[in-house]
Write a protein that binds this ligand. Structure first.
Ligand SMILES: *[C@@H]1O[C@H](CO)[C@@H](O)[C@H](O)[C@H]1NC(C)=O
Ligand SMILES: *[C@@H]1O[C@H](CO)[C@@H](O)[C@H](O)[C@H]1NC(C)=O
Length: 112
């Protein structure tokens, strides 16, 4: 049974804390990224998301991170929770990061 509540760590050393997931699958939390393209000091950033509450527990979910205090960017993640062989829960995710650009002609390079 996959429970998103709690602390997660990725292979770059970024961390995420998810507060309680409510009965409809809504959740919020904070993302502590270990990597950033900006020169400013990294700060914890708020996230808000939604999880499918499925019987088998291999849930899908998505969330948005607003890199509020050090960047103009916004990121979205989608993923699925898997129960590993050793009983550890693993999240597999993909993300898109939108950076702010000064003008429409620069739009092509704004999403990573
Ligand atoms: C998920 O884990 C948290 C923290 O360990 C716990 O408080 C909560 O009751 C769990 N939720 C479910 C649905 O098991
Ligand atoms: C979950 O989020 C939806 C959409 O914002 C909202 O309508 C709903 O009331 C939330 N559920 C709970 C239990 O707060």
């Amino acid at each position: 049974q996959c429970n998103l509540t709690g602390w997660w760590k990725n292979d770059l050393g970024s961390k995420m804390h998810v507060s309680a997931v409510d009965s409809q699958g809504n959740f919020s939390g904070e993302y502590y990224t270990a990597v950033s393209a900006t020169q400013k000091p990294i700060k914890p950033s708020p996230l808000i998301g939604s999880q499918h509450l499925d019987e088998d527990g291999q849930c899908t979910f998505g969330f948005t991170v607003n890199w509020k205090k050090f960047s103009d960017s916004t990121a979205v993640f989608v993923g699925q929770c898997f129960a590993g062989d050793d009983g550890k829960e693993v999240l597999q995710t993909s993300w898109l990061l939108r950076e702010k650009v000064d003008s429409l002609p620069s739009d092509w390079k704004a999403t990573r």
